[in-house]
Design a protein around this ligand. Structure first.
Ligand SMILES: Nc1ncnc2c1ncn2[C@@H]1O[C@H](COP(=O)(O)OP(=O)(O)OP(=O)(O)O)[C@@H](O)[C@H]1O
Length: 237
């Protein structure tokens, strides 16, 4: 079966202070395709340009050259307003340090995000998917780091987005908790047929992905697909 393209990045660059002495090529002529239903890992060292790329894909930032087509729409042509709508409706974002609102319960944190969507999941249902429905009335400070990250994933999922993006989602977690969080992403993609993209500097988690894009110095260094991703339980790092 031919695979359907979900994202096409074509010669995309993000250049700060272009043509000046202090020019920075954060992304430098990046091209790749992502198919529907893929779990993609973008990997590279600190400063390689991964977050810049993820933020452009998520409509939090914009490129200065090239095209980024998501689900048939060239988002690089969007203005600020277009990007806001795109971010609200199409994207779920998971951050390294969870970014939960401290004076709201787990359930309320999830509900806030679902209110932005036209087609949200029920907040309790989203918490159930990360096995935290019993903790819905707890505040973030009453939960472990891994639990808080799972709430933040439930919050991203509750919008029922076409694309789930995560920037170093296990960066603040220990090994076992990190594995549980990665499992949530793998299950999400398998169960919904939707897309998730994880940015990480940890090359050891590459085998869990369907597709790995390695970024070096603002450029794509390698772009490989894996027909037999490794179960998270078998990953070691
Ligand atoms: N506003 C800016 N002005 C100038 N340079 C910037 C700006 N934002 C980012 N950069 C530069 O762009 C390059 C890529 O940064 P980016 O944050 O995308 O890398 P990264 O791979 O995500 O790194 P890390 O893993 O450390 O977060 C870096 O050299 C960074 O200093």
């Amino acid at each position: 079966m031919a695979q359907e393209k979900f994202i096409e990045v074509q010669h995309s660059s993000k250049i700060y202070n272009e043509g000046q002495e202090n020019e920075v090529r954060a992304n430098d002529d990046i091209s790749f395709d992502i198919y529907k239903g893929e779990l993609t890992i973008i990997v590279g060292a600190s400063g390689a340009g991964k977050s810049t790329l993820l933020n452009i894909l998520g409509g939090m930032d914009f490129n200065t050259h090239g095209k980024v087509i998501v689900n048939g729409n060239n988002i690089s042509e969007y203005d600020e307003r277009g990007r806001t709508g795109y971010r609200r409706k199409e994207i779920g974002f998971v951050f390294q340090f969870y970014n939960l609102i401290e004076n709201l319960t787990a359930m309320e944190n999830v509900e806030i995000a679902s209110q932005l969507s036209d087609n949200p999941l029920d907040a309790v249902e989203a918490l159930k998917q990360v096995s935290l429905d019993k903790r819905k009335d707890n505040f973030p400070a009453q939960m472990s780091g891994g639990e808080q990250q799972r709430v933040s994933i439930a919050r991203a999922m509750a919008k029922n987005p076409g694309l789930l993006l995560a920037d170093e989602p296990t960066g603040a977690l220990d090994y076992h908790t990190g594995k549980q969080v990665l499992q949530v992403f793998q299950d999400y993609v398998r169960e919904t047929g939707k897309n998730a993209i994880i940015v990480t500097h940890n090359g050891m988690i590459k085998p869990m992905a369907d597709h790995v894009i390695e970024i070096f110095d603002g450029k794509v260094k390698s772009d490989t697909r894996n027909d037999n991703p490794t179960p998270i339980a078998d990953l070691e790092w």
